[in-house]
Every structure is written in C-alpha cells, then in structure tokens.
Design a protein around this ligand. Sequence first.
Ligand SMILES: C[S@@+](CC[C@H](N)C(=O)[O-])C[C@H]1O[C@@H](n2cnc3c(N)ncnc32)[C@H](O)[C@@H]1O
Length: 353
Amino acid sequence: MTDITVNKPQPFLPQEEMVTYYRGADLPTTLKTLEEGNPVLVTEFYNNGSVLLKELQRHLNKKLPNKTFKEQREYRAAYHKLSNLIVIEIEAHQLAVKKAPSIGWFSKLYPNTPDFLLTFPQVQGLNSAWQWYENGITIPVLRNKIHPYYGVYFPTRFEHLILFDNWVKRYEGPKKNAIDVGFGSGILALQMVKYGFQKVFGTDTNPNAIIGLTEAMGETKLSRKIDLDYGSLFGKWDKPTELIVFNPPWLPETRHSENLDEAIYYNKTLFPAFFEAAKEMLLPGGKLVLIFSNLAQITGLSKTNPIEEELEKGGRFKLEDCYKKSVKRASEKTKRDLHWRTTEEVELWVLTH
Ligand SMILES: C[S@@+](CC[C@H](N)C(=O)[O-])C[C@H]1O[C@@H](n2cnc3c(N)ncnc32)[C@H](O)[C@@H]1O
C-alpha cells in the first residue's frame, strides 16, 4: 500500500499580488484580469465564486458563438481556461471565506498541508464529491449504502447491477475465489460476498479506488474477504479462479474525448489484453462474466461490440449466455437531448473456455 499516491487536485501556487473579487468589485476589471491569464482570488463569501462564474459565462456568451460542434468546443475550452483562474483560499483545512460549505476532503487528502489555494471549480467538485461520500448512495442490490471516495466511479443507474445480482443469485458453481477487475467502489465484489463467495480479489488502476474501499471496509469481516491490488487487469493476482467479473468502461475513446476517464473510456488494447490474460486466469469450468451496454453502438461511437468481436475472432472463449435488460428512460429533464436512451440496454455476458 505504500506506493499508492492518491489522485487529488494539485494546489495552486500563490502569486505575489492577486486581484481579489468581492461583492461590488469592478466586473470588467475582474474579467480583464482573467483574460490576461492572471488569477483572481475569491474573497468574503463563498457565493462570490459562483457569482463570478455566472458573470464569466454571461461574458463569454456575448463574445463567443456557441452553436456548431466546433464553436461549442471552443466555448468550453475558453470557459475551462478562464474559470480555472478563479481561485479560493483554504486555511487550516477550511475554506477561508464566510458561508462556505465544510469539505472534509481538505484534511483527508492534504493532511500535511493546512493552507493552500485551489481553483474554484476544483472546490466545487470536491464539495459535491463530499456530499456523495458523506450522505452515501443507496444501491438496490446492497443492504448498506456505499460511500464513494473522491475520484472513484460509482453507478447512478442500477439495471446492470440487478442483472448481475440475478445471475450470481442463481450461480451454482464453486464459491471459493473470484476476481473483480476494476472494482471501483466495490459493488460487484460486495454482491459476490453477499451470495457466499469466500474470497474476492479486486484490482483497479485508480489509486483512489484502493484507498476508498480499504477505508470503507476498515477492520470489518469484509476486509478479510476482499483483497485489493492497485494494478492493471489482474494486477498481482496470479492464481486462476472459478469466476472472473469485469464491468469495463463502455465507450471507446475517440480523438475528441475531452475527458479521458478510465472508468468511462477504453482504448484499443484494453479488451484484447483482458481476454488474453483472462484465458490464463480462468479455471477449467470457470465463468467469465462481463457487464456491458449498447450505449456506444446506439450513439454511433462504435460499430462493434468488443465482446462480440472476441467471440468471433479471439478463439479463446465460447458464449454460454447473454442477458439483456432495457434501461429506464432518462429523466424528463434530460430526455430531449438523449432521445436514443429509449433503446439503451445493459448486457451481461457469460463466457467459458
Ligand atoms: C465502469 S467502472 C466499474 C466499477 C465497478 N466494478 C462497478 O461495477 O461499479 C470501471 C472500473 O475499471 C477501472 N479500470 C479501467 N481500466 C482498468 C484496467 N486496465 N485494470 C483495472 N481496472 C481498470 C476503472 O478505474 C473503474 O474503476
């Protein structure tokens, strides 16, 4: 565990003299400062930061067209650049302004740095992540809430977890060992333990996933049932098991992917490397279970499904079963942008040697 470094926003290095933003500060001067590439420090009230972000949006809306795909990208790039020059001060692990939310990540993620600066958008991200972590999320297939650690993937829709739950519930093979590749906040591992697996070995390439689940399990019984390794695919685990599960990223990365989140986007090598390694790591008679979705295909991001491709060309595995479940329509609010959601389906693939 000693070689794991948590992912967190890098502190902003203070400049000598910084322009400050407060109620009644001259807006054109403030915006000019940002456009010249200089930081602006939010003072007095936390809300001043949100006000300045809104003013920045208004300013850019007047200045930049935001219609075509290219214009939207340029608009977002400009907003990203300027909004990240808006900074705020943290003192003794607390925001140094009035009426500010209290964000526990400051002491958890920066234990030896009580005073520092972050950009305002980073602090907004830390704040919402803290709400999720503190309040927890109810997952229909688990008795206890999960408390997702900063920067770790957690599900917001649950159809695929229900599909997996129904499958493990009926699974009648041996339950000594299983491997959960890319365990994230640990839900699939917890489901396997719930149905009687004695030991689950998990891996993830996101250090925060290891730190988060280790903390969540603490000294409980679970910590003796779930072993974690920070590494790619099977990490340090080299003993073949009777069950391997993988809920991989569902979208192929493209030239235009702005956010290369490893929980969401896969690169060309991920699936071939996974199947190659899984062939060695699956016991004879064992099951390889993948959770996937037709999201990439129905949005036109991809013409093929990497699991079907493996079955057709890999020559390593046979299809035992594929279960599908349609995904509830997106909420009313987002529906108009996501008309394709109507045909979205999650898939549970069961492969054998
Ligand atoms: C879609 S999330 C699934 C998380 C969790 N298993 C679940 O079902 O809620 C994919 C996870 O795989 C991890 N991941 C991506 N590439 C990986 C790799 N090559 N090896 C191990 N984990 C990987 C990501 O960091 C992320 O936590």
